[in-house]
Design a protein. Structure first.
Length: 277
């Protein structure tokens, strides 16, 4: 007879399933509205919701094992997170030359600089239990910022292609011709994190702070540490967005200083890895 692990026999799981059903029902309303308004986003939204649920449950099942591995293994986990985040994020820049390379470089730089700095400062404990969850949070937010930057840059260039090509025709340097649009993509990508910082503690009450307080931590220290987390997210997002904008501004032009066409494609993982050479 097969014996289930203790985690799968915990009665709280049934309560959790009921809560998941409620969240799914709310999400189904969004999908229904998308269908009624003919937005064509049902597949993307539904797929993201289903994948998110499966992935987070799998991570929850593996978390006990993860915490028992050596600290050095956390670096492998974080590198894998960066790679997957870049792979997902480059979809928002579909058609932009070397979108995966841009995403990998930007997310890797933004995330690693912040994680290493805060490890050295003692804000992140050098344990798998702390490094992987906090590092994952930083990488996830860097990915979000990168996706917004790519998406906005692509739309800015496509919407203003005629104007940019006219500037190039009269001798304006390529970087100067797209400078305004690069700035706009950086500004748009940072809107969520800037708004979160502005409303922190008034409208936005972060879950980590609430969890620390419920766990018995000093409320003021919990607030301080939450601000540190938000600072890390802000810094990682800013570094990522600025790196992304710098790189796409270069890759958007040919060697003859002509603006490239952003033609969509569905590259395989193998072809994408080959393009990194």
């Amino acid at each position: 007879m097969v014996t289930l692990p203790p985690q799968l026999r915990d009665p709280v799981l049934f309560e959790g399933l009921a809560q998941v059903a409620a969240a799914t029902a709310l999400s189904a309303v969004v999908l229904g509205l998308s269908y009624l308004r003919d937005l064509g986003m049902e597949r993307e939204l539904g797929g993201a919701f289903a994948r998110g649920f499966v992935q987070v449950v799998v991570m929850g099942a593996l978390i006990g094992v993860l915490f028992s591995v050596p600290l050095s293994f956390s670096a492998v986990v974080l590198v894998a997170m960066v790679g997957y985040a870049a792979w997902e994020s480059r979809r928002r820049g579909d058609g932009i030359p070397r979108a995966f390379r841009v995403s990998l470089t930007a997310i890797g730089l933004g995330g690693s600089v912040v994680i290493v700095t805060m490890l050295a400062a003692g804000a992140i404990e050098a344990t798998v239990r702390n490094l992987v969850p906090v590092g994952g949070m930083i990488i996830a937010n860097a990915m979000k910022t990168n996706s917004l930057a790519l998406d906005r840059f692509k739309s800015e260039i496509e919407s203003n292609r005629g104007e940019i090509e006219a500037l190039l025709a009269i001798g304006v340097p390529p970087q100067a011709a797209v400078a305004e649009h690069i700035t706009e993509s950086v500004r748009a990508s940072l809107i969520p994190v800037v708004d979160a910082m502005r409303t922190l503690g008034l409208v936005y009450i972060p879950g980590m702070m609430a969890g620390m307080i419920l766990g018995g931590a000093n409320p003021i220290y919990a607030a301080q540490y939450q601000f540190v987390i938000m600072g890390m997210i802000f810094a990682a997002g800013g570094l990522t967005s600025m790196t992304t904008s710098l790189l796409v501004g270069r890759y958007a032009f040919t060697g003859a200083a002509q603006l490239r066409r952003f033609e969509g494609s569905s590259p395989t993982l193998l072809s994408t890895l080959r393009s990194l050479r």
